[in-house]
Design a protein around this ligand. Structure first.
Ligand code: HEC
Length: 225
């Protein structure tokens, strides 16, 4: 091949690559990103100020890693990483969080497909810039619950808890299937007013949420009927 033909072929090739790259970027789609964000919402809210297992991602674009206000459970690794969240850093993070910032505590394997990552990043940017508004679907307000959820007494006997609720009902739970949790946050229950939630599975499991850990032992009475 003469030199100028080779040069032409090279140019055409370069042009094709450039076009493809542009298309890949142009194709990033906020709506598809919103769909893809379903793999995040178990741990993250996209509404401002709502901290779950992970920090709110509402304003993450352009922010230094580990600096969302009101989230107090960052790993040292993330806090000291000196990463600023924009396209390239989010892409590397979402491809493999553990490879990008070793020692971080986000229990997430990563997204191998670059197109899915691009959509998700477009969505994160749109949320941060206010182009997309996200309703706050955080946990319910446990200060305002119906009577059947309001726990008024907990008695412990043999291998069971007998729970009396505000509607006057008594339910009996195998001790292994009843969890005790605390929520001292703004949506947690009122002091001294624990709430029973999530009668999951076949209705054989539940959790009682207290405002503070000290309440647990003071509210549970050893008492056999
Ligand atoms: C199983 C829970 C879980 C899932 C699922 C999860 N994350 Fe996280 N994420 C966390 C936790 C916990 C942290 C804080 C990690 C740390 O401090 O090392 C975090 C941190 C982050 C950060 C850094 C925040 C900051 O303030 O620097 C980003 C960005 C992020 N996650 C995005 C995502 C996206 C996007 C998804 C979905 C594709 C996702 N995460 C899925 C739990 C999760």
């Amino acid at each position: 091949m003469p030199a100028h033909d080779l040069f032409r072929a090279l140019l055409v090739g370069l042009f094709a690559i450039a076009t493809l790259t542009t298309q890949a970027h142009a194709a990033a789609n906020v709506e598809r990103g919103a769909q893809a964000s379903r793999s995040c919402v178990a741990c993250h809210s996209f509404a401002a100020g709502r901290q779950l297992t992970g920090p709110s991602l509402a304003g993450i674009w352009g922010k230094k890693a580990g600096s969302v206000d009101g989230f107090g459970r960052y790993s040292e690794a993330l806090k000291t990483s000196d990463v600023v969240w924009q396209h390239d850093t989010l892409d590397a993070w979402l491809r493999s969080p553990s490879a990008f910032i070793p020692g971080n505590t986000m229990p997430f394997g990563g997204i191998p497909d670059p197109a899915v990552r691009a959509d998700l990043i477009a969505y994160l940017q749109a949320v941060s810039s206010g182009k997309v508004s996200v309703p706050d679907r955080g946990p319910p307000d446990l200060k305002r619950v119906e009577a059947f959820r309001q726990v008024v007494a907990i008695r412990y006997c043999a291998d069971a808890y007998r729970v009396t609720t505000g509607d006057g009902r008594n339910t009996i739970w195998w001790e292994f299937n009843l969890r005790f949790k605390t929520d001292g946050g703004p949506n947690g229950p009122e002091l001294g007013k624990p709430v029973i939630v999530g009668n999951g599975m076949q209705g054989d499991r539940a959790a009682i949420v207290f405002s503070r850990p000290e309440e647990i032992s003071s509210l549970v009475r050893r008492d056999c009927p």
